[in-house]
Design a protein around this ligand. Structure first.
Ligand SMILES: Cc1cc2nc3c(=O)[nH]c(=O)nc-3n(C[C@H](O)[C@H](O)[C@H](O)COP(=O)(O)OP(=O)(O)OC[C@H]3O[C@@H](n4cnc5c(N)ncnc54)[C@H](O)[C@@H]3O)c2cc1C
Length: 302
């Protein structure tokens, strides 16, 4: 297998890494070594690689910016794919639609919109993920979500077919879409509205301030650990955690942020087990105290 891929890797623009540590590809800085880590730079090499893993029936995961992932140290033979730099292009159509490659960071899309005096994507400046991750998660904040601005997404399936899915044909829910897990998002188009640059900048600054006040910055975290259990209570998940769990609890270096009790932090060298234990502990405490079953927002790969 490795020999076959070694030969493949000699003829591509992208990179294939073997026994590659994933830690630095996640915000939580946790994760083991992937037997194979593939960074495609062209559609052809992505298609060729997919046909190879389909033939061998390997499991695979796509990583974006890794800001919503908790990856185990024992990931077995799972293959990881991360879109390369050729998938991070931005362009503007004459109708003011923004086309973004799915590996680009949300913040860059928001900046590009602002530079072109286009409004609607300001909330993306506050989400530290990539466009691909944002679509998968229907990410959002301050009253806006990807579903409000996404027009369509171009995807590749496991058979290497590339096609476009219109936003109206996707079922979006709170931090969830119904797009099949084995689709790779390649690029996306977003709608915008013309607005003065100064107004857009003001709004972005306001959102950033709000975010800075309420959430920890410059720490190793996966953002919101659990979803707000909207159907079961009016309370936010951080309130439920605050009233059910001693904030000082820790498992190794896995801790609860002092600033936001739904943000869990790797204060130094937390392992997957540490973080997973903290997650399970908090879940149980909230269930015991309030009767509410929390659902993870963070995605676990193990
Ligand atoms: C400090 C901090 C603050 C955060 N604030 C918010 C917030 O305000 N609102 C919010 O909604 N989230 C927030 N998050 C969570 C996270 O940033 C979002 O979920 C983000 O959209 C994930 O994008 P990503 O590129 O990091 O995806 P990853 O974490 O790498 O992956 C998440 C999912 O997307 C899939 N995926 C990624 N790229 C592709 C692709 N090209 N094709 C197909 N699937 C793909 C992955 O397979 C995985 O299932 C925060 C996280 C942190 C660390």
């Amino acid at each position: 297998m490795l020999e076959e891929l070694n030969n493949f890797s000699k003829n591509i623009k992208g990179k294939i890494r073997f026994n590659y540590c994933l830690k630095n590809h996640t915000w939580l800085n946790i994760g083991g070594k992937a037997k194979i880590f593939f960074v495609p730079e062209t559609l052809t090499e992505l298609r060729d690689f997919l046909s190879y893993i389909k033939k061998k029936e390997y499991d695979f995961s796509i990583i974006g910016a890794g800001s919503n992932l908790l990856i185990s140290e024992n990931i077995g033979d799972r293959i990881f794919i991360k879109l390369g730099k050729n998938f991070n292009k931005l362009s503007l159509t004459k109708d003011n639609f923004i086309i973004a490659g799915c590996s680009i960071l949300d913040k860059k899309v928001s900046d590009f919109a602002c530079d072109n005096q286009l409004s609607g994507l300001e909330f993306m400046s506050c989400i530290p993920g990539s466009v691909g991750g944002g679509i998968r998660m229907n990410s959002g904040c301050f009253g806006s979500e990807f579903k409000d601005v996404l027009l369509s997404v171009q995807v590749m399936d496991l058979d290497g077919r590339v096609y476009t899915i219109k936003s109206k044909d996707i079922k979006f829910e709170y931090r969830k879409t119904n797009l099949p897990k084995n689709l790779i998002f390649l690029s996306a188009s977003f709608k915008t509205k013309k607005k003065r640059r100064i107004e857009i900048e003001d709004y972005v600054n306001k959102l950033k301030e709000k975010k800075e006040i309420s959430q920890p910055l410059k720490v190793k975290t996966g953002g919101s650990t659990f979803k707000n259990p909207k159907d079961q209570t009016e309370k936010k998940v951080w309130e439920l955690i605050k009233e059910s769990v001693d904030n000082q609890i820790s498992f190794g270096d896995a801790k609860i942020s002092n600033k936001h009790s739904n943000f869990f932090i790797n204060s130094k060298n937390a392992s997957f087990e540490n973080m997973n234990n903290l997650i399970n502990y908090v879940k149980k405490k909230v269930k015991d105290k309030t009767g509410i079953s929390l659902e993870l927002e963070l995605e676990i790969i193990n």
